[in-house]
Design a protein around this ligand. Structure first.
Ligand code: ZN
Length: 154
């Protein structure tokens, strides 16, 4: 286990490297020919753009994922992390993760278990200290949530 001040510094560095890695090498960026969920979102405050496409199987499980866009490192790495989060999830599980992500960024009290459930996404926790950037971090998440909710309502 890490302890003391140096441990915390290492943790921040580790988080930063996760964010930069996803920004430089975003996952799942190939566009899909056909998508069951197709949503675009913009954050005018920062110029961020996100395009999310998914295909779902009959059980509502995510099959194919495409997430692409342009903008700041926070928005783009968050979108790439979202694409990884979606792997193997069904719609209900994805919605759960979206709720957890929003709670983390709003500095809600999170249990250890909930933080564990977020996995690498915890790398974005530091963003909560910068209210202007929370919009960047949540852009893709809110867009996906809206799209999934709309689909559910059909
Ligand atoms: Zn941004």
């Amino acid at each position: 286990m890490m302890g003391g001040t140096s441990g915390l510094e290492q943790l921040d560095e580790m988080y930063e490297s996760i964010i930069l890695d996803h920004y430089r090498n975003p996952r799942h960026t190939d566009p899909l020919d056909h998508a069951d969920v197709d949503v675009e979102a913009q954050n005018p405050f920062c110029g961020d753009e996100i395009h999310i496409q998914l295909t779902l199987d009959d059980d509502g499980k995510v099959q194919e994922i495409s997430v692409s866009g342009r903008g700041c490192a926070i928005s783009q790495s968050s979108a790439s992390l979202l694409s990884e989060m979606l792997e193997g999830k069904d719609v209900e599980q994805a919605m759960e993760q979206i709720t957890l992500m929003r709670r983390m960024l709003r500095n809600d009290n999170m249990t250890e278990e909930e933080l564990d459930q977020l996995g690498d996404l915890v790398a974005l926790e530091g963003v909560k200290r910068f209210p202007v950037r929370i919009k960047c971090a949540l852009l893709s998440w809110t867009a996906l949530e809206d799209a999934l909710q709309e689909r559910k309502g059909k």
